[in-house]
Design a protein around this ligand. Structure first.
Ligand SMILES: Nc1nc2c(c(=O)[nH]1)N[C@H]1C(S)=C(S)[C@@H](COP(=O)(O)OP(=O)(O)OC[C@H]3O[C@@H](n4cnc5c(=O)[nH]c(N)nc54)[C@H](O)[C@@H]3O)O[C@H]1N2
Ligand SMILES: Nc1nc2c(c(=O)[nH]1)N[C@H]1C(S)=C(S)[C@@H](COP(=O)(O)OP(=O)(O)OC[C@H]3O[C@@H](n4cnc5c(=O)[nH]c(N)nc54)[C@H](O)[C@@H]3O)O[C@H]1N2
Ligand code: SF4
Ligand SMILES: [Mo]
Length: 903
């Protein structure tokens, strides 16, 4: 395996999205783009990519990119400046504030999307040389509870298992993970095990997600009650003689206290059922499956981490694995699914405010060791502020300078309006970014530094199974963009720390990072990549995916941890943790009777700065929505496909309503992806309570008390344009990238004449119009040659024209006379029948087409695939295909039943 496959001219790199860490083959087209394929040799994906990975080639455009350093000038506008001036300015202002107010007055806020080398240099500068540990990362919102849980139980932030365990397990338990949408390639790996070996799957989630579609058992528990479920499980394991007493005796401590606490939380199947809202049968079935499957992997993600007792949830899960000795053995382990491409790398370098570097902590011996290694006399000696506290300190004026790299906190922090307002108070606000504009940049940035993006930057990332892979550049860096590590290093030099930051390449940074991991290690610390300390530049370029630890002298990495103990506490024992009695920290009230759960959708990534530029990915769920159970929909008077306003004590959003049985009564679900840049009122982070876990500081993003009321709009519509549009004020809108330009789905209460005026103000040239103001309809299009330049469709709720049909016409290079004439009818025409909302992003197959095929006899995902190709490329839509087929089956049998009863 080499970095460049000569046969293909393709560069081997790693996907920039989720923590699965799939290998990608990128073949530049010499026109700024690239063909993308899965790398068959990468052990994370063996050639597979999900819908997001497959669409990477559509996200390489430079339209939205930040290409030059910019600074806010005295007039208040941003102006281009030279790199040297920008760096001088940042260094000078940081130095001034540190001198005046001390190192505690400055902070960095980093991201699991930085490369390890970027992260290492930023952490070294802040903790080692500026002398403050106010460096935290968006991993605080993501993995912090897993980190804290690991450290409490294992004495280190160690992931004991690996992906091969998913192939070897007999039981896969997914807790608070929608892996079908969020870790699709791993999910397919689990399904392959199910198919080949008959592994069973349990899914534990208050929502019946697409992940639950393949489950042998789905446990739709009440939110926040996972600790009760796993406490009940521990008791059941103890009661039925399923414990591994030898393992408990030789390798652990604290079992009796943990069991006693578990008994007080959920001492029986009945008590567990009561605490979780599950039936006794469901609980008993789960306990039986777990008890009888020595090879069990429990995978967990944000339904576990993002809670006010996330760390306890993690430990309640780990307790069950320790008690049965099912840890670090083939097919048996607890397994934290990491979110971002380099969530793990960030933890390795110490990107979190409560860690130092190379998995060392703020203990006197570790501080001394890192100080000597870095030759850093001013090293921080105590933990810094965690993300939510950091932004509170900014709001209070205690932190005066902030440098944000690779994250969009004005959208993604809880109580995001408050976070955004805090940014405006900063004396110095620096952002390193790929994009020219996002909500954080627009919150009053003073200096904007252009960072190289995926495809341009080069370094390493670590995936969920501790596997370090190379991201490699395959495109020329555009404009004056620079690697993040270089930017930080240049500022460090200007602060007077030149000798410690004289890095010439990512390889040099990596070697130092590897050396620190091995420095005075001697097996006492889990993270050790000493074998990679002396990689030459060429070897670094050619580095094949490698797991850690790989210590100096090792010929192969260690794949798993703890099968025979060897924990990282001083006594080498694991700790059972007695969790607190589970309780959500915020109460619902008469005014806020529901709980708002937030999370992800299949085809978008976070705040959409990259995935939002792909037309293919914009097809699946183009509008921000709130999902609600049918009973609650009736109770609160909201209808499917209408609009509703969701309010919490922190903020408000207006969202499209999706009524669904898959949602639990009493709960709402809204996706996190829309921001002020992409929708009028759908920045869901603004609704979320800033309540955090006491151990990890991770916010509870999934259970904010909320209320919902219907919100009426008289008109619906959409606009399509070759250039971005500014819609009239007070319109509800969501922007989506479409083939050939930008789409805007909107709803409005004003009169149609306003739309006509608006359209004339944003187009030039002649308009073809269809006007029926009395009937509430206005449609218009302008053309350049035979191609639509801009078009607008407005009408009463269900008669605004068919978005999918018009989108296809908009994508066409030229319209025939017939098409032109019928365009303004907004209805499907010959050969352009609406396929309905797109389910299969790869082949653009819509729901209507799929349902037609099902009605005509295609009963399985495979049969649908054979007919329509849907699901046959990346496979991300297979869970949804199965759901549609199953729903049709239910409807068919229900109809059959009705007929039988009638006759
Ligand atoms: N498509 C896509 N994939 C992604 C990302 C993306 O933006 N888009 N982001 C990546 C990142 S950074 C992350 S962190 C991961 C996140 O991956 P996941 O954690 O799988 O995703 P989420 O949708 O945040 O939440 C998972 C589930 O937790 C459930 N949940 C809520 N409360 C509870 C509870 O109390 N108990 C239990 N058991 N479950 C609960 C929610 O209903 C939800 O279905 O995804 C990664 N992959
Ligand atoms: N309500 C709610 N809130 C959540 C969550 C939730 O489930 N619910 N999930 C949380 C989780 S798990 C996560 S991980 C966060 C994610 O939230 P964010 O990190 O805020 O989201 P992104 O959109 O990924 O932001 C990344 C930014 O960095 C830029 N960028 C990308 N690559 C680079 C690079 O190499 N260098 C630089 N300098 N910039 C780069 C992108 O253009 C983008 O603006 O959201 C958290 N917030
Ligand atoms: S599963 Fe999809 S998003 Fe995650 S790394 Fe693989 S291709 Fe990328
Ligand atoms: Mo995340």
């Amino acid at each position: 395996m080499t970095a460049i496959d000569p046969a293909l001219g393709a560069t081997r790199t790693t996907c920039p999205y989720c923590g699965v860490g799939c290998g990608v083959l990128a073949t530049p087209d010499n026109n700024g783009g690239a063909a993308i394929a899965g790398d068959p040799e990468h052990p994370a994906n063996f050639g597979r990519l999900c819908s997001k990975g497959s669409a990477l080639g559509e996200t390489l455009g430079l339209e939205d990119r930040l290409l030059y350093p910019m600074i806010r000038c005295s007039k208040g506008t941003m102006e281009r400046i030279a790199w040297s001036d920008a760096l001088d300015h940042v260094a000078h202002r940081f130095a001034h504030i540190v001198k005046r107010d001390g190192p505690g007055a400055v902070a960095f806020y980093l991201s699991g999307q930085l490369l390890t080398e970027d992260y290492y240099v930023a952490n070294k500068l802040m903790k080692g040389f500026i002398g403050s540990a106010n460096v935290d990362t968006n991993s605080r919102l993501c993995m912090a509870s897993s980190v804290a849980g690991h450290r409490r139980a294992f004495g280190a932030d160690t992931v004991p298992g690996c992906y091969e365990d998913l192939d070897a397990a007999d039981l896969l338990v997914l807790v608070g993970s929608n892996a079908a949408w969020c870790h699709p390639v791993l999910f397919q790996r689990m399904l392959a095990n199910k198919q080949a070996r008959g592994a069973r799957m349990v899914v534990i989630d208050p929502r019946r997600t697409d992940t639950a579609g393949d489950a042998d058992l789905f446990l739709g528990l009440k939110p926040g009650t996972d600790t009760a479920l796993f406490s009940g499980l521990l008791v059941a394991l103890a009661d039925s003689g399923a414990l591994d007493s030898d393992y408990i005796a030789h390798h652990t401590s604290g079992f009796d206290e943990a069991l006693a606490r578990a008994k007080s939380i959920a001492g029986s199947v009945g008590a567990t059922a009561l605490a979780t809202g599950l039936s006794e049968q469901e609980v008993a079935d789960f306990f039986q499956m777990f008890k009888s499957s020595p090879r069990v992997v429990t995978l967990y993600s944000q339904g576990v981490n993002q809670s006010a007792q996330g760390t306890d949830k993690v430990n309640a899960i780990i307790n069950c694995h320790l008690a049965t000795g099912r840890i670090g053995k083939p097919g048996a382990s607890p397994f934290s699914l990491t979110g971002q491409p380099n969530a793990m790398g960030g933890r390795e370098v110490g990107g979190l405010a409560n860690q130092l570097a190379a998995h060392m902590a703020f203990t006197p011996p570790d501080i001394d060791r890192v100080r000597r290694f870095w030759k850093a006399p001013r090293i921080a000696t105590h933990e810094g502020l965690k993300a939510v506290q950091m932004f509170e300190a900014i709001a209070k004026g205690e932190i005066k300078a902030l440098w944000v790299m690779g994250t969009n906190p004005a959208v993604s922090l809880p109580d995001a309006d408050a976070a955004r307002a805090a940014l405006k108070k900063l004396e110095l606000f620096v952002v390193s970014e790929n994009v020219l504009s996002n909500d954080t940049v627009n919150a009053g940035v003073h200096v904007l530094l252009p960072a190289q993006a995926w495809g341009e930057k080069s370094g390493t990332v670590t995936n969920s199974e501790r596997r370090i892979s190379r991201q490699r550049a395959f495109l020329r860096a555009p404009g004056e963009t620079k690697p993040d590590w270089w930017i930080v290093g240049e500022v460090a030099k200007r602060l007077g720390f030149g000798p410690a930051f004289d890095f010439k390449s990512a390889a040099e940074v990596f070697r130092e990072h590897a050396a620190l991991s091995a420095f005075e290690n001697g097996g006492g610390r889990d993270f050790d990549i000493g074998a990679l300390t002396s990689l030459s530049d060429e070897e670094f370029d050619e580095l094949t995916p490698v797991m850690w630890p790989i210590r100096a002298g090792d010929s192969a990495p260690q794949q798993r941890f703890f099968a025979n103990g060897g924990f990282f506490a001083n006594d080498h024992r694991a700790r059972f943790i007695a969790p607190e009695i589970p309780a959500l920290r915020s109460e619902t009230t008469a005014g806020r009777p529901l709980r708002l759960n937030t999370g992800r959708i299949r085809d978008q990534w976070h705040t959409m700065t990259r995935s939002g530029t792909s037309p293919r990915l914009g097809q699946h769920l183009p509008e921000p929505f709130v999902e609600i159970h049918p009973d609650d929909a009736i109770r609160y008077g909201v209808d499917d496909d209408s609009f509703a306003r969701v309010t919490t004590d922190y903020g408000q959003c207006t969202l499209k309503v999706a009524v669904s049985e898959r949602q639990q009564r009493g709960m709402l679900f809204a996706p996190i992806h829309w921001s002020e840049a992409t929708a009028s009122t759908a920045r869901v982070g603004a609704l979320v309570a800033p309540i955090t876990d006491p151990f990890s500081g991770q916010p509870e993003n999934k259970a904010t008390p909320a209320s919902i009321v219907p919100y009426e709009y008289v008109f619906r519509g959409f606009a399509l344009s070759r250039v971005p549009l500014q819609l009239p004020y007070h319109v509800w809108w969501a922007r989506v990238t479409v083939a050939g330009g930008y789409g805007y789905l909107f709803a409005d209460n004003a009169d149609l004449a306003r739309w006509q005026t608006w359209l004339r103000s944003v187009t030039c040239g002649d308009l073809a119009e269809y006007k029926d103001f009395g009937g509430g309809v206005y449609r218009a299009a302008s053309f350049i040659e035979n191609r639509i330049a801009t078009c607008l469709f407005v009408g009463p709720a269900r008669d605004a024209g068919d978005w999918d049909v018009v989108k296809n016409l908009f994508a066409a290079d030229a319209l025939s006379d017939d098409q032109r004439r019928t365009l303004l009818s907004g209805k499907s025409m010959d050969g352009l029948a609406s396929t309905g909302p797109i389910v299969c992003a790869c082949f653009g197959v819509g729901r209507t087409t799929i349902c037609d095929a099902i009605a005509a006899g295609a009963g399985t995902a495979a049969e649908i695939g054979a007919q329509l190709k849907a699901g046959t490329n990346c496979g991300s839509c297979i869970p949804e295909l199965k759901r549609l087929a199953a729903q049709a089956g239910v409807v068919a049998s229900a109809d059959g039943h009705k007929q039988a009863v009638a006759s």
